[in-house]
Design a protein around this ligand. Structure first.
Ligand code: F6P
Length: 366
């Protein structure tokens, strides 16, 4: 019988519990054994009780729970080969021959490294007699499938990561609240949103709330952004707007990669523009809480597909992740998506913003 383990890794995201629930139940439905790895990659490195067998009822009620109930971590040990060696040994000890990882960019890159290194990890374990030659043969193919769980929506080759729409909804709700008080006092608010190196949350929040100005990393403002922003906001006020909302992605910078901080923006609004200005950093409110309906159904459908992908995989196949493209759930090669995701970061580092925008998609254009 196949033993399929599921884990969540990196920053938690709404919908991760839905994904775990779907993987556990689909695994059982397919007459396999289901396991949950607790606390992300740390659970693989520790082994033993950190890898827990799961039954149907263990995931009851999980769809409506925020965060991840099996825990997550950004695991330092797994970044080093000795940690990955222990993880490989623990997996074989538990008889795990399929692994579904729900995580963001970093976690899926880690999965890819693990898969590439797997044969050499097994040889090392066999030569130090920690596994037998028969085990080395039986487990020679590491079967990993990714599910993209992250609020950032920063992963290539999928329209949406599990959690991004819940987070976007939460940001919009918060901006609506701020709108009311800003309107009352005729104030300006600079709102910092998460997203790491990706501007999707900031951009979509700006579009969804009718913000006056938005700063994102992939498409920085013009060189003279201070004047550009002030002119636009002055015009909006001249048109009768009583409030000003500027959304700053946490990774925002100018065209020379100097950070654009909320404080810098506030100084311009309260200085030259003389607007009574406040800063709101939304922080982890954007990440916690229940998943929206979209993330619940998407995590469920993708979790089911992940188990199918594990069961269909043949030795020598490339690893896949489950993606959504134009509302269809599809399997995509993990390697290419990891490479494209990294290419966006490199394009930004090289100040090649046209490339960054074209890799992210049309919605990032002006
Ligand atoms: O990747 C999700 C995310 O919430 C990012 O948007 C943010 O930069 C980061 O994680 C925050 O990480 P932490 O919770 O470790 O502070």
């Amino acid at each position: 019988r196949k033993r399929i383990a599921v884990m969540t890794s990196g920053g938690d995201a709404p919908g991760m519990n839905g994904a775990v629930r779907a993987v556990v139940r689909m695994t059982l439905q397919e007459n396999c054994e289901a396991y949950a790895v607790m606390e992300g990659y740390q659970g693989l490195v520790e082994g033993g009780d950190w890898i827990k067998q799961m039954e149907w009822a263990d995931v009851r009620g999980w769809l409506s729970e925020g965060g991840t109930l099996i825990g997550t971590a950004r695991c330092q040990d797994f970044r080093e080969r000795p940690g990955r060696l222990r993880a490989a040994k623990n997996m074989i000890e538990k008889g795990i021959n399929g692994l579904v990882i729900c995580g963001g960019d970093g976690s899926l890159t880690g999965a890819d490294t693990f898969r590439k290194e797997w044969p050499s990890l097994l040889s090392q374990l066999a030569s130090s007699k920690e596994i037998t030659a028969a085990e080395q043969e039986e487990y020679k193919f590491l079967n990993i499938v990714g599910l993209v769980g992250s609020i950032d929506n920063d992963f290539a080759d999928t329209d949406a990561t599990i959690g991004c729409y819940s987070s976007l909804g939460r940001i919009c709700e918060a901006v609506d609240y701020i709108d009311a008080t800003a309107f009352s006092h005729q104030r300006a608010f600079v709102i910092e949103v998460m997203g790491r190196h990706c501007g999707w949350l900031a951009l979509m929040a700006g579009v969804s709330t009718g913000a006056d100005y938005v700063f994102i990393p992939e498409n920085p403002p013009p060189e003279d952004w201070e004047a550009h922003m002030c002119d636009i906001i002055k015009n909006h006020r001249a048109l009768g707007k009583r409030k000003t909302i500027v959304i700053v992605a946490e990774g925002a910078h100018d065209r020379d990669l100097n950070k654009i901080s909320p404080t810098k923006v506030k100084d311009l609004l309260s200085g030259p523009l003389k607007l009574d200005t406040r800063i709101t950093t939304l922080g982890h409110v954007q990440r916690g809480g229940q998943a929206c309906a979209y993330d619940r159904q998407m995590s469920t459908l993708q979790g089911v597909e992940a188990v199918r992908a594990v069961l269909d995989a043949k030795p020598g196949d490339a690893s896949h992740f489950i993606s959504v493209v134009e509302n269809k759930i599809v399997r995509k090669p993990l390697l290419e998506a990891v490479a494209t995701t990294q290419a966006v970061a490199e394009a930004i580092e090289n100040k090649d913003f046209d490339k960054a925008v074209s890799l992210r998609g049309d919605e990032f254009k002006e």
